[in-house]
Design a protein around this ligand. Structure first.
Ligand code: ME8
Length: 508
């Protein structure tokens, strides 16, 4: 049985879920649903990143003890993803005792193997990023992310011999062109590897920071938050058992935003090499969302909350917009105007209308009872079936390359074709003549098949709408993922469908 292990970044608990984290969740949830429905063995991991300066500071600002603070915010994340219908299999917190133990085990192993050493170091440190910068990485002497001048810090710390693995990593990326995808990000990592990457400072003295995982061989230090957090991808599987690790680790696909390319593209694979573990299969890097052309920020007051969107337009419509409006790997812009336009054109008019017109006619002319198809089917009926077969094939090819927007486009092209089929076959005109009723019945049967295939293809993308279509079609759950049932064979004679639900009420 094919397998896939899907991971998201572990979100920092110093904020709330927003459009950005929701986007990563919606992409990964869509893929997890897609592969599960196609019978793949799937493990889907998410969680929260809870150690380090930033979190300690946020807890202090909230006047709370860091543990109580992280308990609270981590729960906010988990509850939000549950309300959004995200079907993660496991939720990891970096404060979970099994994770802490595993990080310490791994540190000990790498230390004993000689790849961690103690040294005195002076460098430019950005507290926002929680890392040292080389002067070259700065922009006008400032951290390119936080736009503040880094602080000169001199102290003794532990270092990971990252540089030792630089060449091996470069060779791996050269030999596996889709290790990091899309290609632009692979090239970015290769560019990073053209300069010496140096070693990585992986400890923080407790005199400066206590909120972290203690270094097991020197209790005066805690672990650098990135060295701790990245290990979650393995510790979660190990927690589920060695068998789960053996099964799923070779199929690991990480999904991240482009902001954290370096830790995932450089730190993590070299850490895995030092730990003697195989590398992940793919690092899938998506672009960033802006809102009406601007960076999302609390101070601008333009932060989009997934739960507010759910309330306003429904989770499916929010999913649709994010997946349809962005190309994986490229940046995208969230605009009210495009949200409105896409919702009305694609969801309300195209899909919504197809469902309501078909089921309304089935009810009016046949009290919901499905009629026989024409035998042999006329060309126009065969073309409709072909449009959906083609959509199904396109979805498969596109999803394999993370072309989720294109996959949706293919499905909506088919439903649009079905609306045109209604116009061309004109069942409402035909129905005026009792002699034409058998043809009307056949046309509607074809349309019900169109709805069935559309619901099957849409299930991972728009799970609620898909469920509502299946329910209206009165199809039992075991048929929902019966993809290979041929056109015309889903509805047994005498099958009765229900009246139409309003899937997507038009936005005014
Ligand atoms: O970086 N557009 O956590 P984080 C698209 N804890 N995606 C966005 C986004 C935007 N505007 N803003 C955020 C961390 N994201 C670390 C990760 S992993 C072991 C540790 C998404 O809370 C995107 O997935 O800052 C990005 O990579 C992630 O949130 C960063 O989340």
């Amino acid at each position: 049985m094919p397998r896939i292990y899907i991971t998201t970044p572990l979100y920092y608990v110093n904020g709330d879920p927003h459009l950005g984290s929701a986007y990563t969740m919606i992409i990964t949830d869509t893929l997890a649903r897609y592969y599960r429905l196609r019978g793949w063995e799937t493990f889907y991991l998410t969680g929260t990143d809870e150690h380090g300066d930033k979190i300690a500071q946020a807890a202090a600002e909230a006047g709370m003890d860091p543990k109580a603070f992280t308990d609270q915010v981590s729960q906010t994340f988990r509850a939000a993803w549950d309300l959004c219908g995200i079907t993660y299999d496991h939720f990891i917190r970096t404060t979970d005792p099994y994770h802490v133990r595993y990080v310490q085990e791994l540190l000990t192993k790498v230390y004993e193997a000689g790849d961690i050493y103690f040294d005195r170091y002076g460098g430019l440190y950005c507290f926002g990023c929680e890392r040292f910068y080389t002067p070259k990485e700065l922009r006008d002497g400032r951290c390119p992310d936080h736009l503040v001048e880094p602080t000169l810090i001199e102290e003794e710390n532990y270092f990971f011999r990252m540089g030792k693995y630089q060449e091996r990593l470069r060779q791996h990326i050269e030999a596996h062109p889709d290790f990091i995808r899309p290609e632009g990000f692979r090239n970015e990592v290769l560019a990073m590897l053209r300069e010496p990457i140096g070693d990585l400072c992986i400890s923080r003295p407790k005199s400066r920071l206590t909120w972290g995982i203690e270094i097991p061989f020197d209790r005066r230090y805690v672990t650098y938050v990135w060295f701790d957090a990245l290990i979650n991808y393995v510790s979660a599987l190990k927690y589920k058992g060695e068998e789960m690790f053996q099964k799923f680790w070779p199929e690991a696909q990480h999904f991240i935003g482009k902001d954290i390319l370096k830790p995932h593209g450089v730190f993590w694979p070299t850490m895995l090499m030092a730990a003697g573990l195989p590398l992940y299969k793919h690092l899938n890097v998506h672009g960033f969302w802006t809102v009406e052309g601007q960076k999302m920020s609390k101070s601008l007051g333009n932060v989009i909350s997934p739960l507010v969107m759910k309330e306003r337009i429904g989770m499916d419509a929010f999913r649709y917009f994010l997946l349809r409006e962005s190309v994986f790997g490229q940046d995208a812009d969230f605009r009210e105007e495009s949200l409105h336009a896409r919702y009305n054109a694609d969801l309300a008019n195209n899909l919504g209308n197809l469902v309501s017109r078909t089921l309304a006619m089935q009810d009016r002319y046949f009290k919901g009872v499905v009629q026989p198809l024409d035998d042999p089917p006329p060309a126009i009926d065969r073309q409709l079936a072909a449009a959906f077969t083609q959509a199904a094939a396109e979805v498969e090819t596109q999803v394999a390359h993370l072309g989720l927007s294109r996959a949706l486009e293919a499905i909506f092209r088919a439903t649009d074709y079905a609306n045109k089929y209604i116009t061309e076959t004109a069942p409402f005109t035909l129905a005026k003549d009792p002699a034409s009723l058998p043809r009307v019945g056949a046309v509607l049967h074809n349309l019900l098949e169109a709805l069935r295939v559309a619901a099957q293809l849409l299930a991972p993308f728009l799970p609620d709408a898909s469920t509502r279509i299946f329910t209206a079609l009165a199809l039992p759950r075991e048929q929902w993922s019966a993809y290979d049932v041929p056109w015309g064979k889903m509805f047994p004679p005498g099958h009765r469908v229900h009246t139409a639900p309003v899937l997507f009420p038009r936005l005014s």
